[in-house]
Design a protein around this ligand. Structure first.
Ligand SMILES: C[S@@+](CC[C@H](N)C(=O)[O-])C[C@H]1O[C@@H](n2cnc3c(N)ncnc32)[C@H](O)[C@@H]1O
Length: 261
């Protein structure tokens, strides 16, 4: 698999390509996510369920939540799930794509008013925490996004997340991971490609699977996911200072991580 790295041989990963997330990827967001992201609705529902659980446990009436990489605010996005299902939540969305942020505003502000606001910022930049988002939150959440962190920004960003969470606050995020064992990584990668192939109607895909796999991998390379193991993710989150960190839900190539401040 060409997009996997041998850490000892290659330069550090620069993070995802932020230019990837525009035009068709904004306009057809939910349709494309349905094709690409297995059990996406379950991921969003589970993160939302975790937020509601801790709101009850800690008696938080108006949870303040930051959604990192919020996307376009369509029904499949985490922001939409949370605003819809966490009563009186105040959600701040942040995303590096101006088109995503504009789309999210267009959908979520008319529906939820001042419970939602959104800003453009790139977490691979040291100046991510612009004044509008530089605050303390009950929850920092993210779905399908943090695997675009660069190697250089991963540990600093995890610490910044920790520093922007209130005492007893919660960080919950679903991100991609690959097993460290090459043969197993190849297997889960194949499952991922097969999932999309099987989701597509026959007339919308090449007849032969190998041809489809080649096209899939070319597009995938453009997004430039920084694949790492779940152990590496746990280590990075732990090193930021969280009291407790664990994986609470797992799929072939992505997991939900829960960290308690
Ligand atoms: C797969 S989408 C996930 C969107 C949304 N969280 C959801 O639940 O569907 C990934 C999002 O991450 C954003 N993103 C990618 N790189 C980013 C970066 N460096 N800083 C902030 N956002 C980024 C993209 O613009 C895109 O909206």
């Amino acid at each position: 698999m060409e997009n996997r790295r041998n850490n000892s041989q290659q330069a550090s990963h620069p993070g995802g390509d932020t230019q990837f997330w525009q035009d068709e990827r904004v306009q057809k967001y939910d349709y494309q996510q349905q094709l690409l992201s297995e059990k996406k609705e379950d991921v969003q529902a589970n993160i939302t369920r975790i937020v509601n659980y801790f709101c009850q446990l800690h008696s938080i009436g108006e949870p303040k939540i930051l959604d990192v990489g919020c996307g376009p605010g369509t029904p499949m996005t985490l922001s939409s799930y949370i605003l819809d299902r966490v009563p009186r939540s105040i959600l701040v969305g942040v995303d590096s794509s101006e088109q995503m942020v504009e789309a999210a505003k267009g959908i979520l502000v008319p529906k939820y008013g001042n419970r939602f606001s959104s800003f453009v910022s790139d977490f691979n930049s040291d100046s991510f925490w612009m004044p509008e988002i530089d605050s303390k939150y009950d929850f920092i959440v993210s779905s399908g996004t943090l695997h675009y962190l660069s190697d250089k920004r991963t540990l600093p960003f995890m610490k910044e997340i920790f520093n922007h969470i209130k005492d007893r606050g919660v960080f919950v995020s679903c991100m991609g991971s690959h097993p460290t064992i090459q043969e197993i990584a190849e297997m889960v990668h194949l499952f991922r490609v097969e999932f999309t192939y099987n989701q597509l109607e026959e007339e919308k895909r090449p007849r032969e699977f190998p041809e489809f796999k080649k096209i899939f991998e070319e597009t995938d390379r453009k997004a430039n996911v920084n694949w790492r193991s779940s152990k590496d993710w746990l280590g990075a989150i732990q090193s930021a200072g969280f009291r407790k960190v664990d994986i609470v839900w797992h799929l072939w190539v992505r997991s939900i991580y829960l960290a308690l401040a």
